[in-house]
Design a binder for this molecule. Structure first.
Ligand code: NAP
Length: 245
């Protein structure tokens, strides 16, 4: 029996776990940070909550006799990836990163790349006064002091406070469609999109909508991460596992 640990929180992690769950002689354990109220649970065994850093993860890998770790966490989940690298090195466990590619650069979009939410906030209100803010529930304090702009804040769960004084909250989970994104832009007269470079088809429509309405887009670049061997799709991850096994 081979034990595979999938560090999750993404659609790719769920898809991978679902396929592995059906394989004979494979035990797959998916893990979630446990931050959101109603997470979409992967099929099969699931562990919820942090490990207590690299040491804690290393202890868990030994205890569960894990052979392989697939780090399929979100491109912005930085700490978990560094922990996985360290824990796998300590325990000589095989490690592979499954990470979807960034959003494709559309030359028709006025695309402004920044390295943090604070850097994005500095560009306001010059870059836009009616902002579609889709960077997730964490770190929105970066915009809390901005008084002369309206923010439509969309995230899955209620965001951390403080928030900008003039905002409307929209709790929603993708996938999102182009027509819905265009309707939001029009209804709220939005003139700027701020997004993380999360990539993936589930949230691509906001960029297509921004392009159609000629909105500039501020894109927060992905954080630096370990140079772990990486694949971009679930199919590639399965091929890697078949080869490694
Ligand atoms: P992070 O900064 O890398 O993680 C913070 C801590 O949460 C980690 O040190 C770890 O705690 C725990 N943790 C994170 N992912 C875990 C997992 N899959 N299983 C068990 N523990 C985990 O990550 P984050 O940005 O807070 O994101 C948390 C989770 O949400 C991630 O799993 C990620 O895939 C998902 N997510 C994040 C974003 C985003 O924009 N950041 C978007 C969508 C989904 P210990 O140190 O105690 O082990």
């Amino acid at each position: 029996m081979r034990t595979i640990l999938v560090l999750g929180g993404t659609a790719e992690a769920r898809a991978l776990a679902a396929t592995l769950h059906d394989k004979p002689d494979v035990r797959v354990i998916s893990t979630l940070a446990g931050r959101i109220a109603n997470p979409q649970l992967p099929r099969g065994e699931v562990r919820v909550g942090g490990f207590g850093g690299a040491e804690g993860l290393a202890a868990y890998l030994r205890e569960q006799h894990v052979d392989t770790v697939i780090d399929a966490t979100h491109p912005f989940a930085e700490r978990m990836s560094w922990s996985a690298l360290e824990a796998c090195a300590q325990t000589t466990t095989a490690l592979m990163r499954l990470e979807r590619p960034p959003f494709p650069r559309d030359p028709a979009i006025d695309w402004r790349e920044v390295t943090s939410l604070h850097e994005a906030a500095i560009l306001l209100p010059q870059a836009g006064r009616r902002v579609f803010l889709t960077t997730g529930r964490q770190g929105l304090a970066a915009f809390a002091q901005i008084e002369n702009a309206f923010f439509l804040v969309r995230c899955v769960d209620a965001p951390d406070r403080p928030l900008p004084p003039d905002h409307e909250l929209l709790l929603d989970r993708g996938p999102f469609e182009l027509q819905g994104e265009l309707a939001l832009i029009d209804r709220h007269a939005l003139d700027l999109l701020i997004t993380k470079d999360s990539g993936g088809t589930m949230t691509q429509a906001k960029l297509d909508a921004a392009c159609a309405r000629q909105l500039p887009v501020i894109v927060v670049a992905r954080p630096p991460r370990p140079r772990t061997e990486t694949v971009a799709t679930v199919e590639q991850a399965l091929a890697w596992l078949a080869h490694a096994g």
